[in-house]
Design a protein around this ligand. Structure first.
Ligand SMILES: Cc1cc2nc3c(=O)[nH]c(=O)nc-3n(C[C@H](O)[C@H](O)[C@H](O)COP(=O)(O)O)c2cc1C
Length: 222
């Protein structure tokens, strides 16, 4: 089985990456032959969808595939053929990062079909997904859960890849160790340190369980 974690945070090794690594550890713990890999999007050169319509050309061998030739061309196909994928992002202005958004545009658009007598979705297979977020503020109380509100791309993941994504948010996270350097003293850093030590490990456990459950379910459905 192949499980990918797509990291939409510019900070490799920080909160979002840690959540994704915990997800992958959980996935790996669920079976013997589970291959896992984290990809840091900010280390790659690519654009969002350019509306070239190369994925929609009639009779083309690339129909339903992204043709734009850059660092993510192969990765997109790999993700669409994986057995499970987690997408991670810090919450930026209430949403996912632009980098992850651009990646998802490229992943989903080739698989949405507009041919009159054809299927509306032409992804190569159904792929269970998870969206794992980190954010600085305490999670606002929102009916149905704040995590569900962060990105509409979860709806598209459901439509295109066939399963309702698992969604979680790690809130009130520890942003930096050298906080004294910055004009950022509106937060109570002592309280935040306690949350880092008590709540974040629970968030990591939750991400681990999501990975483990997702892969266990896939193995059971084989
Ligand atoms: C441009 C920008 C916008 C942000 N917007 C929000 C926000 O809307 N809500 C929030 O709680 N935190 C916000 N944050 C804080 C980040 O969500 C937080 O630092 C993030 O979880 C760090 O993830 P990382 O450790 O993976 O880099 C923002 C940070 C930046 C740099």
């Amino acid at each position: 089985m192949k499980v990918l974690a797509i990291n939409g945070s510019p900070r490799s090794g920080h909160n979002t990456a840690k959540l994704l690594d915990a997800f992958l550890e959980g996935a790996a713990s669920a079976g013997e032959n589970v291959e896992t890999r984290r990809i840091d999007l900010y280390s790659l050169n690519y654009k969002g969808c350019t509306e070239c319509f190369g994925c929609k050309v009639k009779g083309s061998p690339m129909y339903g595939r992204c043709v734009y030739n850059d660092d993510i061309k192969e990765l997109l196909w790999e993700a669409a053929n994986a057995d499970a994928v987690a997408f991670g992002s810090p919450v930026y202005f209430g949403d996912i990062t632009g980098q992850l958004r651009s990646f998802l545009e490229r992943l989903f658009y080739p698989f949405t079909a507009f041919k009159k007598d054809g299927d509306r979705v032409i992804a190569p297979k159904k792929v269970p997904t998870a969206f794992l977020y980190s954010m600085n503020a305490p999670e606002p109380p929102v009916e149905g859960g704040y995590a569900q509100r962060v990105s509409d791309m979860t709806r598209w993941a459901h439509h295109v890849l066939g399963y309702a994504p698992e969604v979680m948010v790690a809130s009130n996270i520890w942003q930096m160790d050298d906080h004294d350097r910055y004009e950022m003293d509106i937060w109570d850093w002592e309280q935040k340190a306690r949350i880092r030590d008590e709540q974040f490990p629970e968030d990591l456990k939750k991400a681990f369980e999501i990975g483990k459950t997702m892969v266990s379910n896939s193995i059971n459905n084989m």
